[in-house]
Ligand binder design. Sequence first.
Ligand SMILES: [Zn+2]
Length: 138
Amino acid sequence: MTIDDLFLRLSRSQFRLRFHLGRAEYQYCLKKGEAQIRQHATDFIKERLAPAVPANDGKQTPMRGHPVFIAQHATATCCRGCLSKWHNIPPWQPLTEGQQAWMVEVLLHWLQQEMQRPLPPEKKPKNKPDQSQQLDLL
Ligand SMILES: [Zn+2]
């Protein structure tokens, strides 16, 4: 399977397509640069996915907090179940160096695509009733 094949398949999944970098993660990528992000991806995979039976498998990848986590959900490299289903990487055995390298390439490819997008807008504060306006009404 090539990266292009994989991304074509991913593009047909509404679930995977929903994931995008938020403003904070986007800025984190800008600040750290590609080499450091690549190192983080390498470390996360080694620690959280490479063992034959990873701790908390299926729940080891948070939904936020680091751009690589989001990239993992977007590219189905989040848990051994998704790796098996999407990447033909069998469960219950340690990931090989080659499998880990593949995942890092996939993650970086997704992140590079995301970084082609404009900086995501700042989140609007929750819809609190505007107190100053209420006072005016009184
Ligand atoms: Zn998963």
